[in-house]
Design a protein around this ligand. Sequence first.
Ligand SMILES: [Zn+2]
Ligand SMILES: [Zn+2]
Length: 157
Amino acid sequence: MAKAKRLSGGCQCGAVRYSIPTPTEGVHLCHCRMCQKAVGNVFAALAPVPLKTVRWTRGKPKYFRSSTDVDRGYCPKCGTPLTFRYRDGQRINFTIGSLDDPEAVTPTIHYGTESRVTWLRLSDRWPHEPTDVKALKKRFPKFKSFQHPDRDTKRWP
Ligand SMILES: [Zn+2]
Ligand SMILES: [Zn+2]
């Protein structure tokens, strides 16, 4: 088998650049409320690769811990969302839009569909899976979100 081609990508300003192997499985769109906020859009397009295969070729992301169990990487200079990772996981997801060639990968499933905006009409036939809250609670018994609530607050956190 030919060695999988590596893909390059990076943030909008170019301060952070990376090289990853071509993601082969688990490429997805996540419509969950956390991903919506994290990318400032109505879903996140994400492609996972093994953590140890990642090479940061220029600069390094900063991480926002969006919950007890998740780190989200972004460029400290321009803010482009770059990664999503469960802190106990051996995989790290890269935002497909930050790839130099977003056509290099194709999602196969929708996750977090409980928060999918109703006006978004998608003609693909990929399966839709809501967030499996039960499974998450089992995997992360002490899970706590650090995301600001969907309303104004006087003080946060
Ligand atoms: Zn940047
Ligand atoms: Zn999500």
